[in-house]
Design a protein around this ligand. Structure first.
Ligand code: NAD
Ligand code: ZN
Ligand code: ZN
Length: 344
């Protein structure tokens, strides 16, 4: 089968021919119907060899959808031909975090050598992908896998971040979304669907600002040194009640801190390497700063239900599997709008 693989640190990914895996006890083999491409892979592929945490070659793709092709002994919850999404942040399944469905915060995954598909385990940018456990599958019935697959990360990650910040998102509040790409353009829609907040989108690309307005942002403004002042102007001088940074670089985390109101929440989701100093007086009084990682299993189920109601629609750019390497080039160059999805 074909697989888009990162083979050597510092080299561009390539399409390789690899054996189709066979499901062992408890495992499920999916025939991939769609795989989304996330900017985090660009970060992964920039890590140096001496600190690279995964075995190579690594089949990329941590947003996966497929139909059940074969099941191992003991798999009873899904059957052949069923259309499913893959919950990616695999945990141990038994620790306290996993018991709550928050496998993204599993206490033991690293120690046990459990990695998400595409981020350590073989990923979904391939003709087939092996899933470790049936609890990591969510049936989607007749939903279109190409439109739905980005919900597994580009949707789930902002959904989780927004739920954590709900206390700040009362009707009439102001939410700022920095970076309106794969994650950010879903975040805008989720904020509109889940809260009564006014949504201000910030980006450095005009196409992303256009997309923000199209998917429901009330305001879309350049992400630059004037942005904190612009946010204050829109909020009677107070600042935003919740800021979500989907870039996470130094200029954007600085912006996030400056755009926040008193008692606001700042969530840094992007992994751009920026850091925000938290100390008395460094930020408006009462402001909470947190990072988040992916989302919970029950949250993905909730999000799919929300999508079924038509509350979120991902802007998808469709590619063939063979174009995987080209998609990463385009993403690196800032030439993807919304989410790129590869279809084998
Ligand atoms: P993307 O490439 O689809 O979108 C990035 C967007 O940010 C683009 O619209 C780009 O124009 C914009 N941007 C770039 N620099 C900017 C700046 N200085 N100010 C404002 N906007 C700017 O990326 P994505 O796949 O949506 O991922 C977004 C970030 O989230 C990445 O850093 C990714 O690694 C990270 N991520 C984190 C998690 C998590 O669990 N924490 C999960 C998925 C992705
Ligand atoms: Zn991702
Ligand atoms: Zn666990």
């Amino acid at each position: 089968m074909r697989a888009v693989q990162y083979v050597e640190v510092g080299k561009a990914p390539v399409v390789n021919d690899v054996p189709v895996p066979e499901p062992g006890p408890g495992q499920i083999l999916l025939k991939v119907t769609a795989a989304g491409v996330c900017h985090s892979d660009i970060a992964v592929m920039s890590w140096p060899a001496d600190r690279f945490p995964y075995r190579l070659p690594l089949t990329l793709g941590h947003e996966g959808a497929g139909t059940v092709a074969a099941v191992g002994d003991g798999v009873t919850a899904v059957s052949a031909g069923e259309s499913v999404l893959v919950y990616g942040p695999w945990g141990c399944g038994v620790c306290r975090a996993c018991a709550r469905g928050m496998e993204n915060y599993c206490e033991r995954a690293e120690a046990l050598g459990i990695f998400p598909p595409g981020l350590g385990a073989p990923g979904a940018l391939a003709d087939y992908v092996l899933i470790d456990d049936q609890r990591h599958l969510v049936p989607i019935g007749d939903l279109d896998p190409v439109q739905t697959v980005p919900l597994t990360d580009a949707g789930l990650t902002p959904y989780h971040a927004i739920k954590r910040a709900q206390r700040h998102l009362y009707p009439g509040a102001t939410a700022v979304v920095i970076g309106v790409g794969g994650l950010g353009h879903v975040a805008v829609q989720l904020l509109r669907a889940m809260t009564g907040a006014t949504v201000v989108a910030l980006d450095v690309r005009q196409e992303s600002l256009d997309l923000a307005l199209k998917v429901g942002a009330h305001h879309a403004l350049p992400s630059d040194g004037d942005a904190p002042g612009a946010v204050r102007d829109l909020t009677g001088g107070e600042g935003a009640d919740a800021v979500f940074d989907f870039v996470g670089a130094q200029p954007t985390v600085d912006l996030a801190g400056k755009a926040a109101a008193k008692d606001a929440s700042v969530t840094i989701v992007g992994i751009g390497g920026g850091a925000l100093p938290v100390g008395f007086g460094a930020l408006p009084y009462g402001t909470t700063v947190s990072t988040t990682y992916w989302g919970g299993r029950s949250e993905l189920i909730e999000l799919i239900d929300l999508a079924r109601q038509g509350a979120v629609g991902v802007h998808v750019e469709r590619y063939g599997l063979e174009q995987g390497p080209e998609v990463y080039e385009r993403m690196h160059a800032g030439r993807i709008q919304g989410r790129a999805v590869a279809v084998p």
